[in-house]
Design a protein around this ligand. Structure first.
Ligand code: MG
Ligand code: ZN
Length: 371
């Protein structure tokens, strides 16, 4: 009698352990990963492009010695190197988060051998969850691209834009409208989005905060034809877009949502070795973090994970600096390979302490969701 009931689970276990069974995921998690105490319904992944510890520190001091980041109880560190370079770029960095693979610099949602790898955003879509992305660069730039597109090179912006039509992403806000409506191949992706039941608008037509949102349609809003302006030149949509996204995605599906929010231009300040540019973008990103945190606190079922793809500039705060007057130093106009901080809040956040590979962010998010 007893034996009969044991046989089926034993057979299933043997089948699962068979060497012919391919692994279900790209997981690099070890067996001693902590058990998730409570699964989050929603995950908000926030990426500060080029946001190393110095970028955070400079933003903190110039913001009156406070940041919303300080409210995150769990802090970890991740190793940002890519599949072909100790110093990653944003494409390989974002593909590590989106799909759990170390790939070559420049790769968008593809492995070392250029084959497509499924992303967590696509998996969330398949499971009937709502999905969204916000960036302060173009929406086809490397970081957001790696969550939705599969192309060999980050420079193939028109191909990346075309891949937006292959998913059902519910909400996206960012620049780069020209890659959708002024294309070499003549396709009108704005028209194609509208015929796929998207509301599409742009800052040319109306203010994002004044849009009459239709929750029965998907939402696409372009903040520029090409790159959006820096925050110092008047860009101010990251926080309202984050608030709108959480409200919108929560209503869109009762199965939960995955939202990626990028503070894209912290990196551009680093490339320019421009400390003021870094700091203003860092503080802008932190305001959006505050909006996400307000939502997560109220909601109680949302995990927020904040990290960067890499550090940019070899940025340092040199001797003679005060909190009000940062005296910066830079070692490079490019990226560096320093360990990158990770901050987590909400159910599942306990997974994010410690030191681990950048690809483990993907593994831990899936583990938190219970995928
Ligand atoms: Mg980026
Ligand atoms: Zn960069």
């Amino acid at each position: 009698m007893q034996r009969k009931y044991l046989l089926l689970p034993l057979l299933l276990l043997l089948a699962a352990c068979s060497p012919n069974t391919p692994p279900l995921t790209n997981s690099t998690l070890s067996n001693d990963e902590p058990v998730v105490r409570k699964h989050p319904k929603n995950i908000i992944l926030m990426i500060g492009d080029g946001m190393g510890l110095t970028q955070i520190t400079a933003g903190l001091y110039k913001n009156g010695n406070k940041l919303n980041l300080e409210k995150f109880p769990i802090v970890g560190l991740q190793k940002s190197y890519s599949g072909d370079n100790l110093v990653t770029d944003s494409a390989a960095g974002a593909t590590a988060f989106s799909a759990g693979v170390k790939t070559y610099n420049g790769a968008i949602g593809v492995r070392m051998d250029s084959t497509a790898v499924k992303t967590i955003l696509e998996e969330a879509e398949e499971r009937g969850m709502a999905t969204g992305m916000i960036a302060t660069s173009t929406i086809v730039h490397a970081t957001p691209a790696a969550f939705i597109a599969h192309v060999k090179s980050r420079n193939d912006y028109e191909d990346i834009a075309a891949d937006f039509l292959k998913t059902n992403i519910d909400f996206f806000v960012g620049g780069g409208k020209s890659y959708f409506d002024k294309r070499k191949d003549g396709r009108d992706l704005i028209g194609e989005l509208r015929s796929k039941n998207y509301f599409v608008s742009s800052t040319d037509e109306e203010d994002l905060t004044k849009v009459a949102v239709d929750f029965n349609r998907n939402f696409a809003f372009f903040t520029a034809d090409a790159d959006p302006a820096p925050v110092s030149k008047g860009r101010d949509y990251l926080t309202p877009a984050t608030k709108l996204a959480t409200l919108f995605l929560e209503k869109k599906s009762d199965k939960g949502f995955f939202l990626m929010v990028e503070g894209s231009q912290i990196d551009w300040g680093g490339h320019g070795n421009n400390s003021d540019y870094i700091i203003s973008e860092m503080i802008d990103f932190d305001k959006a973090i505050g909006a996400a945190l307000d939502f997560a606190k109220e909601d109680g079922e949302t995990l927020i994970v904040i990290t960067a793809d890499h550090e940019t500039g070899g940025y340092a705060i040199n001797t003679g600096s005060t909190m009000d007057n940062i005296i910066p130093g830079f070692t490079t106009k490019s990226h560096t390979a320093v360990l990158i901080p990770v901050f987590a809040y909400g159910p599942g956040s306990e997974l994010f302490g410690g030191i681990y590979e950048n690809t483990a962010i993907y593994d831990k998010m899936r583990l938190a969701f219970g995928f």
